[in-house]
Design a protein around this ligand. Sequence first.
Ligand code: UDP
Length: 353
Amino acid sequence: MKIVTVIGARPQFIKAAVVSRKLREREGVQEIIVHTGQHFDANMSDVFFDELDIPQPNYHLGIGGGTHGQNTGRMIEAIEGVLLQEKPEWLLVYSDTDSTLAGALAAVKLHIPVAHVEAGLRSFNRAMPEEINRVLTDHAAELLFAPTETAVRNLANEGIKSEKVHNVGDVMYDAALYYGDKAEQSSKILKQLQLTSKGFVLATLHRQENVDDRTRLASILQGLASSAKPIVMPLHPRTRKRLQEFGLSLPASVKVIDPVGYLDMVMLEKHAALIATDSGGVQKESSFHKVPCITLRDETEWVELVESGANRLMGADAQKISTSLAEIGNANNFVKLLYGQGDAGAKIVSEMQ
Ligand code: UDP
């Protein structure tokens, strides 16, 4: 069985590492990896292939840096070329980026079935490019791997046939379990940054609705400025660009570092006193490592974290952010096994026939 995997953005490398490892364990499976080039910096791409033992891509499309329409259009054309040449049994895509949608559209029009990992997530905010990508990919897919019961319900509500949908749990939980100890053994980031365990806040910020909006971005930074503990922020290239364009500077409480590899990131997450983020992946990882989280968004796809009290939505409200930073240490509720048993990768591979 031949599978073409299309990936292009940082979180997709981490998710694909889990499934690709399981695919390699199965006899008679050949995985062809296509890297669209959406994320191309060494610290947004290469480091994950090296650290997480992902095979080097068979195709590197080098498409990035344009608008959503330019990127998606160019990717569809290039992926179609790969699919015509490789003639796979499956096209495998992850989550909700332009690479995901481009892969799904190219395949479905060639009648190649699409498998979508992280299906059924919804923010119900159609202003997010990710929401459009998710909805369209789910409706093009033949096999939908949902991480939660909420995601299964969302798909049912949109009329997607239940036999196509499998609740396998979340591949990111598999990744956290598999790489968690490795991180403790090999990462030197705490020492390098002279951080003490639980002595700092970890913050990440990159969503378009936050960083492309000067008012929201300034308000979030104002909230973070009040932190008594130092804040470590691995700065996403998009955010770095916008800060420059808007003439905004980061408050003194924030220690900016370049984006880090996954093992260093896991280490920072595990030892943070609090995590403040607008990332989908980091929200979940905070709960895997039992670290309280505040989310710098108005809504989230990972609603069970908010319902359980492990995560609180702050929007871009400076006052709310500031208050929650002052309350670090208050108890949080961590509900075990919200995201499966850590065997999502194995379940996905066994469903692909
Ligand atoms: N991540 C990382 N290094 C960083 C920041 C994030 O390895 O400097 C990891 C993080 O642990 C998570 C994933 O990247 O596994 C999340 O990616 P991102 O926040 O870019 O995207 P999202 O999850 O919001 O789609």
